[in-house]
Each structure stands twice: as structure tokens, then as C-alpha cells.
Ligand binder design. Structure first.
Ligand SMILES: [Zn+2]
Length: 518
């Protein structure tokens, strides 16, 4: 079945084509509305008495690769209703066809809106040009803003979290409807007061999933005291693991004592040096960490930021000026340490000879300084340097202690066995953390009280304390099916759209694009 193509089928519904013409690469189509009457917007009376006609222009969808401009012959009607204050009114068309005073038809506006949602301002404007849609960057953004509709479904379960406009500089908040899996609102900052004000406007919310930072928890408690708060499960797991790592860090001195007892013979050291030796072990850890990063090609600036050490210190470590066992009083020697090390390694053990060689390189210190260095160095060599390095870092120990025995290498097994025999408190801490993880996985919320009581007496007491401070939300996290994991997913989406907007993202626009696209 074929039906003839009538020109009126090409223009928006309700209009009749009166005539068409080309002007450059534009198509001008003159139309009028099919209705023979108008309805007074004030009183609703139907009128057929035409007062006058005027021309309205509106852009429409392109036709055969050309822009289309509609010339709408619109009418003015007289209102005859006795009690109506309006005598003349202009013809109106349905919002879904051509809104009052709109410069483009609703169907064109809809396409522009979706282009803006999908691509953002500038890329959408480029694409629109190819599609022969007459629209600028600014217009696109304006349409997206104007047509933004905040979801009005009643909220019951929400997730709230923060996201970075710019990392470490400016943050916003995101609120998600966890039941419908969509973003409902972006807030311009992450201040508790802002979140509180928004939450207070939504008393229908019954469950709030949030992270354990505290800010959102307080805001929610103030705004919606009856809502159930759910701590984020992933962060709980992560915090528990971190608590164990901290317990290992705190025990490093004891760990060294247990597995490193053979690494240095204290008889060889003076009393002062024995005190310094502890410091040396600590410094060696720092050195190893920094050198490992430098070896991986991490820039100095980033090492400074990552480790919290000063720029000067990091530079010294990388240059190899900080590897002496005992802290040097004379800084005059610092610059020559790599040279000294090289000479020493080459077999020169004579302090006077070393001093002469340094002097030839511009060293201005006395023989005594070099002599003292050589003495310390000789003593240090009695220390089995290799066995010092065999003490793994806290992070490695924490990992080894929490992986199964069967995955450990033999040397690791020996180390871990020594730690476990020597430090039962650390073993207990590990078991507590494992129990905590298992509790979350099994959703065994009733076990929490007993767990807290045990943990309080252990190396992870401070973590247990944190749990107690936020106990209701932690309980809900263990028992409830809701979690903020979904919100994290939405943040990934947000970042994608934000990046697409080249830093021009304003919060309303970002919000319109994220919510409109759903
Ligand atoms: Zn009227």
C-alpha cells in the first residue's frame, strides 16, 4: 500500500503548506495552521473571528540537505466573551509542535537537546553543522539547560558521595537514586551544611548509603534523624585491611627484633651508635622506597608528594648521599660520599689514601673526617648488609601474613613463621581483621558486638574504636543490601562527561547532561 507524499506531511503536525521556495541553501516553507478557530488563553472561549495575520518564523528539521525555515502565517483572533479582559489574542500551537515564541519547532529542539546531552556544547555544534541543523555552541548549551528536568520520582534509597571538580582543590557531591540506578542531583560542594539542606528537603528518604568520612553522616543525622545510614562496605573492608597494615607498622621494631636479631652484633657498636642503628634501619627503609620509585621512573616531584619527604632529602637519596649506617656530623663529606663508596668498593681501605684521592677531587675537609668515616664503614661491614635488606617492608609483611601458606616461597615462610612465633599479638590482629571481612561477606551482623569486644584488646583497637563511633551505619552496611558501590560507578560516568566538557562544565549543565541522558 502506497499513499501519495503530500507536502503537509513534511512539516510539523497540524500545519498545511501554502508554498515553498529556495533561498540560497535554505528552504523556505510557508505554512498555516489547519484549525479554523483559536482558543482564548485567558478564558478558553473558542473564537473564529480573525482580527489580523502576521508572520512568525521558525527553524525546522533539514530537508534534502538544506536548512528549513518555516514561515508560519499566524492569526490574531478576537475574544467575544463578555467577562474576558482580553480582546485580541494570538494563535497558539501545541507545546509539542511549536511553543509560544519559540524560534524552532519542538521536533528540532528535541534533536538539539539530545545532541547536546550526548556530545556537549562544542562537539555537538560541529556535528549539528554537518547535519544541517542551524545551531551554535551556546544555543546547544542553552537548550540542554532549559530542557533539564530533575527527576521527580519519590526517593527512598539514596547514595551520597563526593567527586573532584579538580583533585585536592575543589569537590562536589553527587546523590544517586539507588533503586532506580540514576543520578538525581549534583551539589556544588561537599560541605555538610549543603548536603544537610538538600536532605532536609526530602523527608521521604528512608535509607542513605554514604562513605565513612563523617561529613555526610552528620548531615544526614541532622536532616533526617530517622533515616537508616549505611556505611560503604568497600571502604569498610579497605579500612580493616589498612588497620592491619598499621598494626604491622607499629610492630616493625619488634619484627626486626624477631627476625633481624642476627643482622647486627651490638657488641661491635658503641652505645651511641647502637641508638643510631635503629635510626639507620628506619632510614634504609625510606631509602629503599624512594630508590624503588626513582627506578620506576617516578619524577622527583611526585616522590616528594607521595612520600611526604622533603625535596632535598629525596634528591640526597637518589644521589646516594644518604646510605651511610651512621649519621654524619660533617656535611662537608656529603657530596663526596658516592666517590668514597666507589673508592672503598674498589678496594682502597686506607683512610689517608682515601683522603688524598678526595682532596685531588676538590675535597677541603680534614683527614680526621675521612678517618672517622673509614672506621664507621669498617664496622658497618661487619654488619651483614644483605641480611638487613632481607627484612621486608611493613606492607610486604602485611601481605605475606594475609596470603595462604601454600603461596609463600620458602624464605618467606621462614620469615613469617618467625614473626608469628614471636608476635602473637600480630597474629591475633590478623585473625580479627579476617573475621571482620568474613562477617561482612556473610552478612553476620549479630557477631559485631562480640567482635568489637575482642578487637578492643588488640592491635587494631583504633579501628574498632572507629567502628564503634559509627556503629549503626556499620551494622547497616553488614546487614543491608544497599551499598555506595553504585554511586562510585555513577561518579565514573560523571568524570567522563566532565572531561568531555573541557573544564567548562558548570554544575547545572553537568547535571542536566547526566540526568537528561538517563
Ligand atoms: Zn477570552
Amino acid at each position: 500500500m502506497h499513499s501519495a507524499l503530500h507536502p503537509s506531511r513534511l512539516v510539523p503536525q497540524g500545519f498545511v503548506v501554502e508554498g515553498a521556495a529556495y533561498q540560497g541553501n535554505r528552504t523556505l516553507i510557508t505554512v498555516r495552521h489547519f484549525n479554523e478557530f483559536g482558543i482564548c488563553p485567558s478564558c478558553g472561549t473558542v473564537s473564529r473571528r480573525v482580527h489580523s495575520r502576521y508572520r512568525r518564523s521558525a527553524n525546522d528539521l533539514p530537508l534534502s540537505g538544506r536548512n528549513v525555515q518555516l514561515w508560519v502565517i499566524a492569526r490574531r483572533f478576537r475574544c467575544d466573551a463578555v467577562l474576558c479582559g482580553r480582546q485580541i489574542f494570538t494563535e497558539r500551537f501545541a507545546e509539542s509542535v511549536l511553543a509560544p515564541s519559540a524560534r524552532r519547532t519542538a521536533r528540532l529542539d528535541g534533536i538539539i537537546h539530545h545532541l547536546g546531552l550526548a556530545l556537549g556544547g562544542r562537539p555537538a555544534a560541529c556535528f549539528a553543522k554537518r547535519l544541517m541543523l542551524p545551531v551554535s555552541n551556546d544555543t546547544l548549551l542553552r537548550v540542554v539547560r532549559r530542557r533539564a528536568r530533575l527527576p521527580s520520582d519519590p526517593l527512598k534509597v539514596i547514595g551520597i558521595d563526593d567527586w573532584a571538580w579538580r583533585r585536592n582543590y575543589r569537590y562536589g557531591s553527587i546523590i544517586c537514586d539507588l533503586e532506580r540506578r540514576r543520578i538525581v542531583r549534583l551539589l556544588a560542594d561537599r560541605e555538610p551544611a549543603t548536603a544537610q539542606a538538600w536532605l532536609a528537603g526530602h523527608p521521604e528518604i528512608a535509607i542513605i548509603a554514604r562513605d565513612r568520612g563523617g561529613g555526610y553522616g552528620e548531615a544526614a543525622a541532622k536532616a533526617l534523624p530517622n533515616a537508616i545510614q549505611v556505611a560503604d562496605r568497600w571502604h569498610l573492608m579497605e579500612n580493616a585491611s589498612r588497620a592491619f597494615l598499621n598494626a604491622v607498622r607499629k610492630s616493625m621494631r619488634n619484627i626486626r627484633a624477631v627476625i633481624g636479631a642476627t643482622t647486627i652484633n651490638p657488641e661491635l657498636l658503641t652505645c651511641a651508635e647502637r641508638i643510631q642503628y635503629e635510626g639507620y634501619l628506619h632510614r634504609e627503609e625510606t631509602n629503599a622506597a624512594v630508590l624503588a620509585m626513582a627506578k620506576d621512573g617516578v619524577p622527583i616531584k611526585q616522590i616528594v608528594r607521595g612520600t611526604g619527604h622533603s625535596r632535598k632529602l629525596v634528591r640526597q637519596i637518589i644521589r646516594g648521599e644518604r646510605s651511610d649506617v651512621f649519621r654524619l656530623r660533617q656535611s662537608s663529606l656529603d657530596a663526596y660520599l658516592p666517590l668514597l663508596d666507589a673508592q672503598w668498593d674498589a678496594g682502597c681501605r686506607n683512610a689517608a689514601e682515601l683522603w688524598r684521592r678526595l682532596k685531588a677531587q676538590g675535597f677541603r675537609g680534614s683527614l680526621r673526617v675521612v678517618g672517622e668515616w673509614a672506621t664507621r664503614r669498617r664496622r658497618a661491614e661487619l654488619v651483614d648488609a644483605a641480611s638487613i635488606q632481607r627484612i621486608p617492608s611493613a606492607r610486604v609483611i602485611a601481605r605475606l601474613m594475609t596470603t595462604g601458606w601454600d603461596t609463600l616461597a620458602k624464605a618467606e615462610t621462614v620469615t613469617i613463621a618467625a614473626i608469628e612465633n614471636g608476635l602473637p599479638a600480630l597474629v591475633q590482629a590478623r585473625e580479627l581483621i579476617a573475621a571482620f571481612h568474613a562477617m561482612i561477606r556473610r552478612k553476620a551482623e549479630p557477631e559485631l558486638s562480640q567482635w568489637i569486644a575482642r578487637a578492643w584488646e588488640s592491635l587494631v583497637a583504633s579501628f574498632a574504636n572507629g567502628v564503634v563511633k559509627d556503629e549503626a551505619a556499620v551494622r547497616a552496611a553488614i546487614a543491608s543490601p544497599w551499598s555506595n558501590g553504585q554511586t562510585e560507578g555513577q561518579i565514573t560516568k560523571l568524570k567522563l562527561v566532565k572531561r568531555q566538557m573541557y573544564g567548562r562544565a558548570k554544575i547545572d549543565l553537568l547535571q542536566a547532561r547526566l540526568i537528561g541522558a538517563a
